[in-house]
Design a protein around this ligand. Structure first.
Ligand code: SF4
Length: 462
């Protein structure tokens, strides 16, 4: 019954990433809900546990692998107006949620939040304090920064540490200058060591380094050198990302002559896994997150709540997403459009809204959970109110039969050495409707050729 899923993922592995749904057009075709926010807001207002994401879109330049909602025209006035709107929106939302709501995790991401000037950062941290006070997590507030900022702006790091930021995630991505230049991260070249040392000095409780694998020109030895360098710099955790070539808006996809195959991704991942576990980091095989600390996954409480526990989340800022009570919404994409709606009195402006049926929510969360190399039946039952067996029995059975999952410690884990099978493993959890849609609408990238490598169309659809 799942043969069609596996066959499609075998031909088009780059369409079966950790992110679900397969493409935005799929949810637009099937689950669009009338615009407006009352139902979402009702769900947010009644949630007992709620994760918070705050988006700061400003970046100096767009990296060529990035398809986030990024704004590279952030004049000081524009940034100030945006931050005022963020603080207003956070205050309004604070008044709308339950007084006893628990907020397990808050991520301040982007973009590059630390591009903001000190006074703006300070006011934003102030607006986040009432939210952090609702958390029982030891490290509730996590902020993303870049090597260039962390290496050269110690005052900003002090401000973050004193303003309640307990975890910082540094977007190292690569330690090789040529690789960074090839993906338009020129400002970050040669900054990682100094940045990591500065973060340690600033006294954050947890420092994480992000690294990408599958970038052009990067072999297993290069990626092993990247992870060894950040691990030896004393970080608490390392998050590895397989470079995604799927979807619109990634310039890299249009210029890369041949995409990494699943086996090539696996060789890169395996090299990192060996280096990190030999240095005392732990993770189930297949997990993209590694931690030095027992009992921790290494990711932020916000992401852990979203990915492993399927908790509802609310997003503040342009194009931030909210998923609560089965309603999945996106704030207006453009910075000005979002700001204008907040200035006009909106509590949670959303321009795209979808009503996701349970099967879609399950697929979304199972795929994210697999990015930790595991499916935990107990956490699944708590999140979805049905057992993993009831919701995904045939998919789990097929994955066990194929040797892509194994049973260990009361959960299902990615089988050691089978990172290459992840696209096919993920496809098993796609609802049949999503597979049919992909079959009739065409996956976004060309199939693997008989030589085993995918080719990028000269003009990939945008
Ligand atoms: S710094 Fe991060 S958010 Fe900004 S363009 Fe690069 S990858 Fe995207």
């Amino acid at each position: 019954m799942l043969d069609g899923h596996v066959a499609l993922a075998g031909r088009h592995p780059h369409d079966f990433t950790v992110q679900y749904p397969p493409r935005r057009e799929y949810v637009m075709d099937h689950f669009r809900a009338p615009a407006g926010t009352p139902k979402v807001l009702e769900a947010v207002a009644s949630a007992r546990r709620l994760l918070l994401y705050v988006h700061v879109p400003f970046c100096e330049a767009r990296c060529s692998y990035c398809n986030f909602a990024v704004d590279t025209h952030g004049t000081p006035e524009r940034q100030a107006r945006y931050v005022r709107a963020l603080c207003t929106a956070l205050g309004r939302l604070s008044g709308a949620v339950r007084r006893d709501v628990e907020v397990p995790g808050i991520d301040l991401g982007g973009g590059t939040p630390t591009l903001l000037g000190m006074p703006l950062l300070e006011s934003l941290l102030e607006a986040l304090k009432p939210w952090a006070a609702k958390s029982a997590s030891p490290f509730p507030l996590s902020v993303e920064t870049t090597p260039a900022v962390a290496a050269h702006e110690p005052d900003k790091l002090r401000l973050l540490a004193q303003g309640g930021v307990s975890r910082v995630s540094l977007g190292v991505q690569s330690t090789a200058g040529a690789v960074l230049e090839a993906v338009r991260r020129t400002a970050q070249v040669g900054q990682a060591d100094r940045a990591l040392a500065a973060l340690r000095r600033a006294g954050f409780q947890r420092v994480n380094a992000d690294l990408i694998f599958g970038l052009p020109g990067q072999g297993p030895a290069d990626f092993a050198a990247d992870v060894a360098r950040v691990a030896d710099a004393g970080v608490d955790s390392v998050t590895t990302y397989d470079c995604l070539y799927r979807g619109k808006g990634r310039a890299l996809t249009r210029v890369t002559p041949s995409l990494p195959t699943p086996s090539e991704y696996a060789r890169l991942y395996d090299a990192a896994y060996e280096v990190l576990t030999a240095r005392g980091f732990h993770a189930p095989y297949g997990s993209l997150n590694f931690s030095r600390h027992a009992g921790e996954t290494g990711t932020s409480p916000y992401f852990e709540g979203r990915l492993l526990d399927g908790l509802p989340y609310v997003g503040v800022g342009n194009y931030a997403s909210t998923l609560c009570g089965g309603h999945w919404g996106f704030a207006p994409y453009k910075v000005d459009a979002w700001v204008e709606q907040v200035e006009g009195g909106a509590v949670l402006p959303l321009s795209d809204l979808y009503a996701l049926p349970p099967q879609e929510r399950v697929a979304k969360q199972v795929l994210l959970s697999l990015s930790f190399g595991r499916l935990d039946p107990a956490r699944f039952q708590t999140a979805h109110g049905v057992s993993l067996q009831q919701a995904c029995g045939p998919a789990v059975a097929r994955a066990l039969e194929e040797g892509w999952l194994v049973e260990a410690a009361g959960e299902y884990r990615v089988a050691p050495g089978r990172f290459d099978a992840l696209p096919r493993l993920r496809s098993l959890f796609y609802p049949a409707r999503a597979i049919s849609w992909l079959q009739s609408n065409g996956p976004s990238l060309s199939p693997l050729t008989s030589g085993g490598r995918a080719t990028v169309p000269a003009a990939a659809p945008r």
